[in-house]
Design a binder for this molecule. Structure first.
Ligand SMILES: Nc1ncnc2c1ncn2[C@@H]1O[C@H](COP(=O)(O)OP(=O)(O)OP(=O)(O)O)[C@@H](O)[C@H]1O
Ligand SMILES: [Mg+2]
Length: 378
């Protein structure tokens, strides 16, 4: 790649890889010709296919790297050695397969171990707010730069708040200056993603104003991640059904609460239509219970738990936190959720739809947007 004059930027993490990769791509592409992973094609098949799309003109190649086990990232970095390596977070995604967060950190950290030394231009971009990511500084020969809300972060956000439409707004600080950013994406979890993108762009020589403008104009390139659509009757559907883990469930619920605050003041309701978070192993009951409780604490109006066992734990959490009765409903499948919502939704209501990929809850969001249709196999 380097022979072609292409800088390879690789990123990994438990949640937000695709969202961040899409942000980095949109920011860097304003600067110089950029090729990036389409969607989530982040494995040993998708990665080489993306790399082959780079040509002599390509200046930046942005690659999402996924891991379901130890050694996976090391293998991918062998195929396309990165000069810049970004690690977003170590969460609980695929924790059942890995066997614990420490093991996930071992696997994700393979990215910074593969970087060239600082003298050779290697740069590790690490999340200052995630202790397991920050500790990866000891595992690399590359120069380390931090992003996050922590004071030590070279690229950081100040005055983070959600606008009343649920969009994150903040002052972006970089070593070369500051500039204001309001994202077009929904949910405060995207602040961390945006800072990561800003840190990469800064390292590649972009001025802060250009980074801030690019971030403020960037949209979603990949589907079903906090995709917000207002129906003609004034019902807003937030389709975040691409995937779910405890971190992203919390972020999405907080976004729903912010977006729905004005609607609730006018008498409309917020609805959290949630299904299970897969692959949580022994932590599953506690994590589902905690999400149900958070829905109550955030004053979500209604919880619709969809599916079997884990859905009942979501509902149980809501009951235990707030003695919720009618505020939470448990339905067996997507069609039942659609039938219920079709009869209950009123103009002004805001509906979040979210679960792990395997649940396929995007069918609920799509059916609610297509007010005539049934749940189909789309
Ligand atoms: N920084 C973040 N922290 C927690 N959750 C996030 C973050 N960024 C995005 N999410 C949420 O995580 C889910 C997956 O987002 P995204 O597709 O960007 O992640 P990914 O890491 O690429 O996932 P995959 O492993 O499926 O490729 C979405 O529901 C999104 O809302
Ligand atoms: Mg992805």
């Amino acid at each position: 790649m380097e022979r072609l004059g292409t800088d390879v930027v690789a990123l990994t993490g438990s949640a937000g890889k695709t969202s961040t990769k899409d942000l980095i791509a949109q920011v860097l592409d304003r600067h110089a010709p950029t090729v990036w992973t389409p969607g989530s094609l982040n494995n040993e098949i998708g990665l080489p296919l993306t790399a082959l799309r780079a040509s002599a003109e390509t200046r930046h190649l942005v690659l999402e790297m996924g891991a379901r086990g130890i050694g996976h990232i090391r293998y991918l970095t062998g195929l396309t050695p990165p000069r810049i390596g970004l690690v977003l977070n170590v969460g609980t995604a695929h924790i059942g397969e890995f066997g614990g967060r420490e093991q996930i950190a071992v696997a994700k950290g393979e990215l910074v171990e593969a970087l060239p030394s600082a003298e050779e231009g290697g740069i590790a971009v690490l999340n200052a707010d995630d202790p397991l990511v920050r500790a990866m500084a000891d595992r690399t020969k590359a120069r380390v730069t931090l992003f996050g809300e922590a004071d030590e972060a070279a690229v950081r956000a100040e005055n983070v708040h959600l606008t009343e439409t649920g969009r994150p707004s903040f002052r972006l600080h970089t070593p070369t200056g500051c500039s204001d950013v309001t994202l077009r994406l929904y949910g405060e979890h995207h602040v961390s993603n945006a800072l990561a993108a800003a840190a990469v762009a800064h390292e590649l020589g972009m001025p802060v104003e250009e980074i801030a403008t690019a971030l403020s104009e960037a949209g979603t390139l990949s589907r079903w991640r906090m995709e917000v659509t207002e129906r003609p009757d004034g019902v807003t559907i937030v389709n975040d059904a691409y995937n779910a883990n405890p971190e992203s469930m919390r972020a999405a619920l907080r976004a729903l609460a912010a977006m729905g605050r004005a609607a609730q003041a006018r008498g409309a309701r917020t609805w959290a239509v949630l299904g299970k978070m897969a692959e949580l192993g022994d932590a599953s009951l506690v994590e589902h219970d905690a999400v149900g409780r958070l829905a109550v604490r955030l004053n979500v109006s209604k919880l619709v738990a969809v599916g079997d066992r884990e859905a009942s734990w979501l509902q149980l959490g809501a009951y235990n936190e707030g003695s919720w009765g009618e505020e939470s409903v448990h339905v067996s499948d997507a069609q039942a959720a659609v039938d219920l919502l079709r009869s209950e939704l009123r103009p002004g209501d805001v509906v979040l739809v979210k679960a792990s990929r395997s649940v396929g809850l995007e069918q609920v969001a799509l059916a609610l947007l297509d007010t005539e249709g049934e749940v189909t196999g789309r």
